[in-house]
Design a protein around this ligand. Structure first.
Ligand code: ZN
Length: 221
């Protein structure tokens, strides 16, 4: 019997460099990020997508249709950033790839269909952003030094056409996004970081801040 390969098979169309250590670290980051979100109920009914950079040219990302709360290594695929046509790629994989290509410093991207993000993005879609202000937890976001900073989390109209949505996102984020995340109206939250740990901190901070804002509006209508 052939020995079990210690790296995942890659798409035949993706001529990827074989970097087992970097690939293994990225796969583990995806597994950890998805388990973290799954334990909090943020990826219901196979929703969400999780990815981590392997190197300048490739990422590990969850395959379509998998239960992100109960992932195995077989549920994670390797995709080349310049050749993303993997047969098991999610419809939303292009949104991840667009960010990795535009921002070389991004090391991981976590996307969830979490409750507060989904609800507030729908309510505030006409304004184009959800405004967060006055919470100490804002300092969990890289570069934010005080709760006095106003955070406007961008909201984009939801779309099934990633060829349209992806360029819209990049055009609005510009060269240096003020917030490490954005919302799709009635859909969910994308959050990223330079490392998987930072992406997870940003994901959690943004979802909790959105939950605070949701409750604040009920207390102070
Ligand atoms: Zn989604």
């Amino acid at each position: 019997m052939a020995p079990t390969p210690d790296i995942l098979p890659v798409s035949p169309v993706a001529r990827l460099p074989q970097k087992p250590a970097e690939q293994e670290a990225a796969i583990q980051a995806v597994l950890d990020g998805a388990a973290f979100a799954g334990a909090r109920g943020w990826v219901p009914a196979t929703s969400g997508n999780f990815s981590a950079r392997i190197d300048a040219d490739s990422i590990a990302i969850t395959a379509t249709g998998t239960d992100k709360a109960r992932l195995t290594r077989d549920d994670i695929i390797t995709v080349a950033l310049d050749d993303p046509a993997h047969p098991r790629a999610s419809a939303e994989a292009p949104l991840h790839i667009d960010l990795y290509r535009a921002f070389p410093e991004i090391g991981a991207i976590f996307h969830v269909h979490s409750p507060a993000a989904t609800l507030l993005s729908l309510v505030d879609a006409p304004k184009g952003a959800v405004r967060i202000q006055g919470f100490e937890l804002q300092k969990a976001l890289a570069g934010v030094k005080t709760h006095e900073v106003t955070l406007d989390i961008p909201v984009f109209a939801n779309s099934q056409d990633m060829a349209v949505l992806g360029p819209q996102v990049l055009a609005r984020l510009g060269g240096a996004p003020a917030v490490p995340g954005y919302l799709l109206a009635g859909h969910g939250l994308y959050a990223w970081g330079r490392t998987p740990a930072e992406a997870r901190r940003h994901l959690e901070a943004l979802e909790v801040l959105l939950g605070f804002e949701f409750e604040r509006r009920r207390l102070q209508p």
